[in-house]
Design a protein around this ligand. Sequence first.
Ligand SMILES: *Cc1c(COP(=O)(O)O)cnc(C)c1O
Length: 372
Amino acid sequence: MYRRPAAVEIDYSAIEHNVRTLKGLTKQGTLFEAIVKADGYGHGAIDSATAAIRGGADRLGVATMDEALELRGAGITKPINVLSEPPLSAAGLVAEHDIIPSVATREFAMALGTAAHAEGRTARYHLKVDTGMNRTGVPFEDAADLALLLKDFPGLELEGTLTHFATAEVPGDWDFEKQLGRFETVLERMRVDGVEPGIVHAANSGATIIHQESHYDMVRCGIAIYGLHPGAAASRVVDLEPAMSVKTEVSLVKRIQMGEGVSYGLTWQAAAPATIATVPVGYADGIHRILSDRMSVLMAGEPCRQVGRITMDQIMVEVPRGITVTAGDEVVIVGEQGPSAISMDDVAEQAETINYEMACALGSMRLERKRV
Ligand SMILES: *Cc1c(COP(=O)(O)O)cnc(C)c1O
């Protein structure tokens, strides 16, 4: 039941298609982890995970234990990786639900092993190596030592080894090469020490699309499974189908006189008599306020300029001369209408952010999600 004429429409078959396309870029046998953190980048974690699995995803990746447990609670049985080390206090929960954490400290690893061992189980974990992004993971200088230290710890099994790139979406980047080199050194040291690194993985969407040499045993794709590109270079390599559109309806149309202002502060004033359409979405729906007087929407198949300040629940749009709109007509914020289209990248650029943040905001704030 959609009581509000404003929704985020998700085409889950696009996610399925994108996973299949991205898998096609990897060698036969390479595992595919679909990243569904942050409620599937605003697309819905469970439905996105299910669609990705239909498309051939072998595993799922999330940011938090709550996200992992949500997938388990929905009956998803594929292996689930938590991409950074959970808090120490969650070690018992990790072991109990057979979630595969990324490990960066001996304290967490030992708490996990101890919890698993006490229940007569073995907890799988992946060693997360910081090769230069300086965000999470064990510093690359210490990674092989940590792996060796944990090798015979009861209740623990090293199932994989990963790193994460800071500049993967940029082709020919020297920092990317540096991170890859450091990762290689860690893997070599581990093998020399008799520690088998297991499933080796490093590539996010950007690296999956433009750095074949970083695929190893598994790739981890987030943004690209939703049909959005991690950068301009990637968009030239592969065709993806955007899964998210944002649509609503005109709620009111009125004529205003020259010199009349629109919205809070009356910052926009009509230079001539104008027709203004009110559209019932605002910054509480992820239409960031910075988009005021910058964005356009599609009405009657045409791009129309948004005018005046974006408010919490409404925006106003100037209806161009020659176009007729009435209350109830469809308004497209992101997506296609007739011959026109507005992409997530267009809106993100106008909002001075990236498609990742735009999708999270539009998909997870207030708009209802509708499958199409
Ligand atoms: C979020 C994340 C990814 C996915 O990144 P995309 O650019 O969305 O493909 C992969 N690996 C890690 C560790 C992440 O945190």
